[in-house]
Design a protein around this ligand. Structure first.
Ligand SMILES: Nc1ncnc2c1ncn2[C@@H]1O[C@H](CN(CCC[C@H]2CNCc3c2ccc(Cl)c3Cl)CC[C@H](N)C(=O)O)[C@@H](O)[C@H]1O
Length: 273
């Protein structure tokens, strides 16, 4: 009975996502104030600083980095692309994979200009902002593919998409909690993606705290399982990860713009046992 209920919850979630609108989504979350590079307390600079530190403090290395649930966004791998020579982007929806392909193939007509993001990460790396063009070239070179994924499946990606030994590093931002109907589903999904990671590999996980819904487009209300830090930590432990660092960002009032009811954001750096 519990399995049936779980399947229904996941199917209902998939139905919601059929109405996801990448252009609107990018406007809601990746333009000011949430992406204001002149404000230290803006969400996107905080995320980019967490990822920059995590990728450059010396313990993360290898060949293959996989981004789980990329959506139509690239910011997740702007630091990782300097450390890994193979990056896989993934998403559940073709519309998001198409948005990413348009940028990677430099076909133009993207719904967001990633230049300020590339420039900001160059600044974090101590490079002149004009090096953003080199970073763009590097990113286009290391992104090897943009593949379908479903974190609710025990095998989230097609066989062979990731070497059987596992990827060296996973990054996943705001995916698991915004696709899971409840905490057990979130924990199961965390276990499923763990199978894509080699033992000793790192997981960099960013997610929402205290969120119950978000707008995936005008009038597209997507349910989210509200999480707190303790639940995130116990789910990580339960699925075979050792926590290295947890950081929490609390949204200032003016970051609450009506596109969701997020109260905080967590950043986790963990290692697979
Ligand atoms: N079964 C499935 N399996 C796998 N993947 C699935 C499945 N089902 C759906 N997806 C895919 O997950 C992706 C979730 N996506 C939106 C949620 C984030 C949003 C809402 N929460 C608060 C918040 C948000 C964004 C920014 C900020 Cl600042 C905040 Cl606070 C993350 C995209 C990207 N990673 C991002 O960081 O913006 C989406 O692209 C689906 O297509």
């Amino acid at each position: 009975m519990a399995e049936k209920r779980a399947e229904n919850g996941v199917a209902a979630m998939a139905a919601c996502y059929q109405r996801f609108d990448p252009a609107a989504y990018l406007q809601y979350n990746y333009t000011p104030p949430r992406a204001d590079f002149d404000r230290k307390d803006s969400i996107v600079p905080w995320k980019l600083a967490c990822l920059h530190r995590a990728f450059t403090e010396g313990d993360v290395n290898g060949e293959l980095l996989v981004d789980i649930g990329s959506g139509p966004t690239l910011y997740q791998v702007l630091s990782g692309c300097e450390v890994f020579n193979q990056v896989l982007l993934t998403d559940f929806l073709e519309v998001n994979r198409q948005e990413l392909r348009r940028w990677v193939r430099d076909e133009g007509s993207c719904n967001l200009d990633w230049t300020p993001y590339l420039q900001y990460v160059c600044k974090l790396e101590g490079r002149r902002p004009s090096a953003w063009t080199e970073k763009a070239v590097k990113l286009r070179k290391v992104i090897k593919d943009i593949l379908p994924i479903d974190v609710h499946r025990p095998q989230p990606m097609a066989p062979g998409a990731v070497p059987s030994a596992g990827a060296d590093c996973l990054v996943s931002c705001f995916c698991l909690e915004s696709v899971s109907p409840d905490l057990p589903a979130f924990t199961r999904a965390l276990g499923h993606i763990g199978k894509l990671l080699r033992p000793g590999g790192h997981l960099l996980l960013i997610g929402a705290l205290g969120e119950s819904y978000y707008l995936g487009g005008p009038g597209v209300k997507i349910p989210v399982v509200p999480l707190n830090e303790a639940q995130v930590c116990s789910s990580l432990k339960e699925t075979g990860y050792t926590l290295i660092r947890l950081e929490v960002y609390t949204l200032p009032q003016d970051m609450r713009v009506g596109v969701d009811d997020v109260t905080g954001v967590f950043f986790v750096k963990a290692k697979k046992d």
